[in-house]
Design a protein around this ligand. Structure first.
Ligand code: NAD
Ligand code: UD1
Length: 345
């Protein structure tokens, strides 16, 4: 029997790529998304890539009646929960919006799942839950918390809520996926990351410089205690990350309780290495200046990804070059993101 998966936030960056991986693995996907940070065109493109339909419910996860309807009329087997707000800087300006969407939204989803008897959940967590004091590489057994912004705290809170919920309900099975830095795009060039306004994250910013949308990159600090003075991060290809969700779904099938997994490559790459790799992959020079450090940035962190390998059978296969080539193809072929096109159905 084909298993139906509800994907909250499925029109977003990671959600849309995960839809492709899910459909290719034989799952049927149903999406709820408010489109507050995405476009329905992403879903149309997913259908173009896979040739399979995605059932889409426009709406907010805090709409309990809509969730009840979706869970029952589709006989949902499991849920992947991406929906939420994710801009770190904005979360400090609008903490209530962030807790409302990320924490209250997750609670409404959990209540609806409980009512409908849906017992399996994969949650989008983040390396940010390790906080600012954790030693590298980050390993799942480290204590979490000590987060430095409302976004990070909201992820940490939802992890706590899920642990308590699973402890109380012996049938609940939850995978907490702690992503490191997802980059890249589907190799078709049809879907990718489409930030609204000025990108906060490194790769979308570089890609917009490459197509002439931004003048130059500001590198936030070159005086960190790293090999070249710029920060180290664990960048992983979004298609690898997407497959990680499929593995997690398979893993939770016959488990109970909550389990956390780091999804990263296990390797730290510097900002300057990223700039050079992008230039090499695209053939486009990226002008940059060195700017002051960005508040809240940590000098270096990367994953210990061995648990995902041993338990889920997952490793990040795609290398840095592929991440850059695919980022560039997406940006080059969609310089305005999804905005340039209207409905494609
Ligand atoms: P995204 O913004 O592209 O996707 C999130 C989607 O959720 C969007 O389509 C948005 O419209 C939708 N959404 C937001 N609030 C909603 C609500 N209340 N109801 C219904 N839909 C809603 O972000 P993404 O990069 O794809 O991230 C997906 C998840 O992964 C998020 O939870 C994010 O916090 C988490 N995460 C992302 C990263 C990253 O680097 N991108 C890293 C760690 C964790
Ligand atoms: C940011 C978030 C983090 C989130 C992650 C993935 C912050 C403080 N943290 O992490 O919570 O999980 O995104 O979405 O925002 N950089 C530049 N110039 C730029 C942009 C970035 O030099 O224009 C540097 C940053 O200083 C950092 C590196 O590039 O050293 C990566 O930055 P970014 O892509 O924003 O990811 P993180 O800071 O790791």
């Amino acid at each position: 029997m084909v298993r139906k998966v509800l994907v909250t936030g499925g029109a977003g960056y990671i959600g849309s790529h995960t839809l492709v991986a899910l459909q290719e693995a034989g799952f049927e996907a149903v999406v709820i998304d408010s489109l507050c940070n995405s476009s329905e065109i992403a879903l149309q493109r997913v259908q173009r890539i896979t040739g399979k339909p995605v059932r889409f419910y426009p709406g907010d996860i805090r709409d309990r009646r809509l969730l009840d309807q979706i869970l029952t009329e589709n006989k949902i087997h499991s849920v992947i929960h991406f929906a939420g707000l994710k801009a770190v800087g904005e979360s400090s300006q609008k903490p209530i919006d962030y807790y409302q969407s990320n924490v209250a939204g997750s609670l409404v989803l959990l209540e609806a799942m409980q009512e409908a008897g849906v017992k399996r959940l994969v949650f989008s967590s983040s390396a940010t839950v390790y906080g600012s004091e954790a030693p590298v590489p980050y390993v799942e057994t480290l204590q979490t918390g000590n987060t430095s912004n409302p976004y990070g705290t909201s992820k940490w809170m939802v992890e706590q809520i899920l642990q308590d919920a699973a402890a109380a309900n012996q049938e609940l099975s939850v995978a907490l996926l702690r992503y490191f830095n997802p980059v890249g795009a589907h190799p078709s060039g049809l879907i990718g990351e489409d930030p609204q306004g000025i990108p906060n994250n490194l790769l979308p910013y570089i890609a917009q410089v490459a197509v002439g949308k931004r003048k130059e990159l500001s590198i936030f600090g070159d005086d960190y205690p790293t090999s070249d003075g710029t920060c180290l991060r664990d960048y992983l290809h979004v298609m690898d990350l997407a497959i990680g969700h499929v593995r997690a779904l398979e893993w939770i099938e016959d488990k109970v309780g909550t389990e956390a997994f780091n999804l990263g490559t296990g390797r730290g790459i510097s900002v300057l290495e990223i700039v050079r790799a992008f230039e090499q992959a695209s053939g486009v020079p990226i002008p940059y200046t060195v700017a002051p450090r960005r508040a809240g940035d940590l000098p270096a962190f990367w994953a210990d990804a061995s648990k995902a390998k041993s338990e889920l059978g997952w490793v990040a296969d795609l290398g840095l070059e592929q991440m850059m080539v695919d980022t560039w193809r997406w940006q080059r072929e969609n310089p305005q993101g999804y905005n340039a096109t209207h409905s494609e159905s």
